[in-house]
Design a protein around this ligand. Structure first.
Ligand code: TRP
Length: 354
């Protein structure tokens, strides 16, 4: 009897010890489990955005500025909950490929390609990480999306398709005696092909003869502009990165022969183009940044987000160039336009220096 009791007691003690041990393990496990999940939450809180810019020219730099502000507007702040990995391909295809690899390997939440060649390079490198197009003229033609409404894959973004017909109309309003337009672009850029075709058509409608001048690289620009200046009444430039990057050369050569340059974007008017109706570059960046933030959160999927398009451009006129070329800008046109002068340019660059 005594022995029985002893046995029972021992059994109870063993059971109690096991229970205490299990309870302890359970509480400890839960606590450490919670710790783990807070630490993953913390790492997840920093959103990583990889940005690949094709080349530096004022328009693309302005787009990047907009991108950073767009991310900020959606609550992503550098140094707090956002890390931006930025690379500039300097218009070099092999650099673009290596940089795309590096960006993809850094396991970002979203990637942004600024200009067509950068976006193409990113899209060729990953089919799972969302890629945002930072102002691509022709996303379908460049093989980046299935359609503008339903991109279908891991790529969507913002298109900067400009109002080409309005731009050509503006040119012929400003230059009523012009008969022949020369279209200057780089043969390597997919984004330009599409716009060149549109410009040819628009020129025909305005009763202008259009001649295409494709340059194989930056090296041929000065000479091509010299040739054009003898053959055409004005030069039209699409959203071409190679030309935008060499705008100073274009303007210098064209000015020697008093030939106006009508570009497709405000920043190129600031660089010495005569006038345009263009989409604000900063706004393009802002939209791209906002879209990237939404995709990074994982709440939305790129395949179902339509490509964002702008339907209105701003009229921008370079008064100093008009004076230089001896062109009178009609008052009615001035009233609707943003007027740029060499002085206002200097003032803004002074402000930028501050
Ligand atoms: N749309 C161009 C592309 O698809 C990029 C671009 C944006 C651009 N803004 C520009 C090119 C201004 C020249 C000038 O590559």
């Amino acid at each position: 009897m005594q022995e029985e009791k002893m046995k029972n007691k021992r059994l109870i003690t063993v059971v109690v010890i096991i229970l205490v041990y299990l309870a302890g393990a359970f509480i400890y496990g839960k606590a450490s489990g919670e710790k783990e999940s807070t630490s993953t939450n913390q790492t997840k809180k920093t959103t990583v955005v990889g940005v690949l810019q094709y080349v530096s020219h004022p328009a693309l730099d302005e787009i990047y500025r907009g991108i950073k502000d767009g991310l900020k507007e959606e609550g992503l702040k550098e140094g707090e909950n956002l890390e931006i990995k930025f690379q500039n391909g300097q218009a070099d295809q092999s650099k673009l490929a290596t940089m795309s690899q590096q960006l993809v390997q850094s396991d970002p939440d979203v990637l942004i390609g600024i200009a067509t060649p950068a976006a193409q390079s990113l899209a060729n490198t990953t089919s799972s990480i969302p890629v945002v197009l930072g102002a691509v003229t022709d996303p379908v033609g460049a093989g980046l999306v299935g359609s503008l409404e339903k991109p279908g894959g891991n790529v969507t973004g913002v298109s900067d398709q400009p109002p080409v017909a309005s731009q050509i109309k503006l040119a012929s309003d400003l230059l009523p005696n012009a008969k022949k337009v020369g279209i200057l672009y780089a043969s390597s850029e997919d984004n330009s092909k599409y716009q060149v075709a549109q410009a040819e058509e628009a020129a025909k409608k305005e009763g202008l003869e259009a001649v295409k001048y494709a340059v194989p690289s930056t090296n041929e620009i000065a000479q091509t502009v010299q040739v054009m200046s003898r053959q055409v009444d004005f030069i039209y430039v699409p959203l071409d990165n190679t030309i935008a990057n060499a705008m100073q050369t274009v303007v210098k050569e064209a000015n020697k022969a008093n030939i106006p340059v009508i570009p497709s974007v405000d920043t190129m008017v600031e660089q010495g183009g005569l006038a345009t109706i263009g989409i604000n570059q900063y706004q393009l960046g802002l939209q791209s940044g906002k879209m990237a933030a939404k995709l990074a959160s994982g709440k939305e999927k790129p395949e179902t987000i339509p490509v964002y398009m702008f339907d209105q451009g701003d009229t921008v006129i370079n008064q100093s160039q008009a004076d230089h070329l001896g062109i009178t800008i009609p008052q009615s046109m001035k009233e609707k336009a943003k007027i740029i002068t060499d002085e206002s340019q200097q003032e803004t660059s002074k402000e930028d220096d501050k």
